[in-house]
Design a protein around this ligand. Structure first.
Ligand code: ZN
Length: 187
């Protein structure tokens, strides 16, 4: 079991478009295994490769809804997003967080419905039609692969509040990370 340090906003790899995985090698499989360990330890419901410093189009997720557990890796994913209106997120029900902006949460609208198309570790193609929180997780993780953090999508006043928090914590620069199980024990 290998838990990797999670990069904090400001680290360049979090703000760049990640590259396609060309081949699912033993190194890629090891990375995926480490990403699951890191997500579980954080704990989180999703984790993208750039968050552990690797600029590749891979994310893992683990979420249970109505007795169905969705736990898998998405390699080179495509996401079809049903159009939505970003105005007036609900401050109680539509609040999002990110392991790369640890301990913080802000309201953000997301599409209610998406379709994820991706490749798993054995090279099999799969599709998941997701609603609600699972759809949110997929949008959040997919964004990571394009160098977008949820803070980038916030509307005012939440965007300014997030920028303030990032500055107050000394984040927004390269070189910051935290270690699940050691730092931020109660995010
Ligand atoms: Zn995130």
């Amino acid at each position: 079991m290998t838990v990797l340090p999670i990069r904090i906003t400001g680290e360049p790899v979090l703000h760049e478009r990640a590259l396609d995985v060309q081949e699912i090698t033993s190194e890629i499989k090891e990375l995926i295994s480490d990403m699951f360990d890191t997500m579980d330890k954080a704990p989180g419901v999703g984790l993208a490769a750039p968050q552990v410093g690797v600029g590749l189009r891979i994310f893992v997720f683990d979420y249970e809804v109505e007795d169905t557990r969705f736990r898998d890796v998405a390699i080179n994913p495509v996401l079809e997003i049903e159009p939505y209106d970003e105005a007036d997120p609900d401050e109680d029900l539509e609040v999002e967080g990110c392991l790369s902006i640890p301990g913080e949460r802000f309201p953000l609208k997301r599409s209610e419905r998406v379709v994820l198309k991706a490749t798993d570790e054995s090279g099999e193609h799969y599709e998941i039609a997701a609603e609600g929180w699972l759809a949110r997780i997929f949008q959040h993780e997919f964004d990571h692969l394009n160098g977008t953090l949820y803070a980038d999508r916030l509307i005012e006043p939440y965007h300014s509040e997030a920028l303030e928090v990032i500055e107050e914590n000394g984040w927004g620069l390269s070189g910051n990370s935290w270690m699940p199980g050691i730092d931020y024990l109660e995010p």
